[in-house]
Ligand binder design. Structure first.
Ligand SMILES: [Zn+2]
Length: 151
């Protein structure tokens, strides 16, 4: 992640985070609020908009990078977006986890399919239509692999 982008995100936090759904201020909460049963996430912080059931995790604190643990990992996601992102990850991660491509090749390939720069190719930051497009192009790839195997 570039220093400029981190600076941009940090600048956003000083004024608080706005929920993209209702445009109200999100609340900074700890992991116990979002995942009451996950002891391991207790120390993590999240931005939450309870009325929208939307949240996003924060970067781990890193003094060297100027991160105080309140910088969001991306935009707040509601149920629909969280499901769309996990579907996108499910279809995409298989491509590099099964070694059809290396991880970086897979991201470069996905970026070209989506016609976006590879440095902006983060499923965590995609919106619902882009997540659906990820599923489509990865399904297309999977089918092309099946055809190859059948030859
Ligand atoms: Zn909201």
């Amino acid at each position: 992640m570039s220093a400029m982008r981190l600076a941009f995100q940090a600048a956003g936090v000083s004024g608080g985070i706005t929920c993209p759904y209702c445009l109200q201020k999100a609340r900074l909460v700890d992991g116990a609020v979002i995942y009451p049963h996950r002891q391991d996430l207790r120390q993590h912080r999240f931005w939450q908009c309870a009325p929208c059931n939307a949240y996003v995790g924060c970067h781990k604190p890193n003094r060297r990078l100027g991160l105080d643990g309140t910088e969001p990992l991306g935009r707040l996601a509601n149920v629909e977006l969280r499901q769309a992102k996990s579907a996108a990850h499910g279809c995409f991660d298989w491509i590099w986890q099964d070694r059809h491509k290396t991880r970086s090749e897979a991201y470069a390939w996905l970026a070209s399919k989506l016609d976006i720069p590879v440095e902006r190719c983060h499923i965590g930051e995609f919106d619902v239509p882009t997540c659906r497009r990820v599923v489509e192009v990865c399904e297309g790839f999977r089918k092309s692999m099946l055809v190859t195997f059948q030859k």
